[in-house]
Design a protein around this ligand. Structure first.
Ligand SMILES: [Zn+2]
Length: 303
């Protein structure tokens, strides 16, 4: 076991959270602090907020950071070194990773939220608890969007474009319509929360939250809710089968608001089984164990 402490920071749209773990692999931080992101104040302000939080973490823990891991929205383009695909848009196009290294004066490792989620659940959370022998873990995030992260042998696999695991923009079905990414029929446009709520509205003529659609489907009181959840299960099966045929991971952890739906682990998995290139489906489908802490713990595990 390494005895060196690990610093992790989770940069969100509204808050920046940081932890100091006494050693890599611990889930009991010796310091845990947060600051508002205040992204409206711009790029330089975000850099100085991260520097401020790092200093606060050092003071609270009494440990000087020798390196730091950071979980960010968006990712570094390996070709240009600039940040891209972030919904905190002032980061896009900036040499964010390099600027952070310069600001903090220590090595910085960076990964997007889905990768940090996958890394945390693989090395500290659900996979570690249930199937620690897993070599390849896929972390799915299904919420207002759909993302994913790949962890191979305890390390994030970023890929040649920095888009490893981004299955949310695979083509799934034309009925999803145009996506903000410029493509059409993306996974995200079919099975993310807003896509399901839009579908419900289209077939029923009225609005309903996904939470109510899920509970009305369980009661069986509303045919449109049943139809919407059937659509989710069907397309979850089709889209996850593609992942399994290509990557064949040992375990898949499902996070995010849509990922909380219990039916995914029963009917959803049965549906995946229909579409894979194998008679049996042995992939483990696991519920996440770390909740909102996955980002910040995953960040610390990047170092
Ligand atoms: Zn898309």
């Amino acid at each position: 076991m390494q005895t060196q402490s690990a610093f992790g920071i989770d940069l969100g749209g509204t808050k920046i959270e940081g932890v100091v773990l006494p050693y890599r692999g611990s889930t009991e931080p010796i310091a845990r602090l947060r600051l508002p992101t205040e992204s409206a104040s711009g790029y330089q302000h975000i850099l100085s907020q991260i520097a401020k939080l790092t200093k606060m973490l050092e003071e609270k823990s009494g440990i000087k950071a020798s390196s730091i891991g950071i979980c960010t929205p968006g990712t570094v383009d390996p070709k240009t070194g600039t940040h891209k695909n972030s919904n905190t848009t002032c980061l896009n196009g900036q040499f964010f990773l390099q600027d952070l290294k310069n600001t903090l004066g220590i090595p910085v490792a960076m990964a997007n939220d889905a990768n940090c989620f996958a890394l945390a659940e693989a090395t500290l959370g659900a996979v570690k608890a249930i199937a620690p022998q897993s070599k390849l873990v896929f972390g799915i995030i299904m919420g207002t969007g759909v993302g994913g992260g790949l962890v191979f042998d305890g390390k994030v696999w970023n890929g040649a474009h920095g888009i490893g695991g981004e299955w949310g923009h695979n083509f799934l079905d034309e009925s999803g319509g145009p996506c903000y990414c410029g493509l059409s029929g993306c996974v995200e446009k079919v099975i993310a929360g807003p896509a399901l709520e839009n579908y419900y509205e289209k077939i029923s003529g009225s609005k309903k939250s996904l939470k109510d659609i899920v509970s009305d489907n369980e009661i069986g009181s509303d045919p449109y809710s049943i139809q919407t959840i059937d659509r989710l299960i069907h397309f979850f099966g089709k889209s996850v089968a593609v992942l399994i045929n290509i990557l064949d991971p040992d375990a898949i952890v499902i996070g995010g608001g849509v990922g909380n739906i219990d039916l995914l682990y029963t009917k959803g998995v049965k549906e995946v089984e229909k579409y894979i290139f194998n008679k049996e489906l042995d992939t483990l489908f696991l519920k996440p164990a770390l909740g909102d802490s996955a980002g910040v713990f995953g960040a610390a595990m990047l170092t």
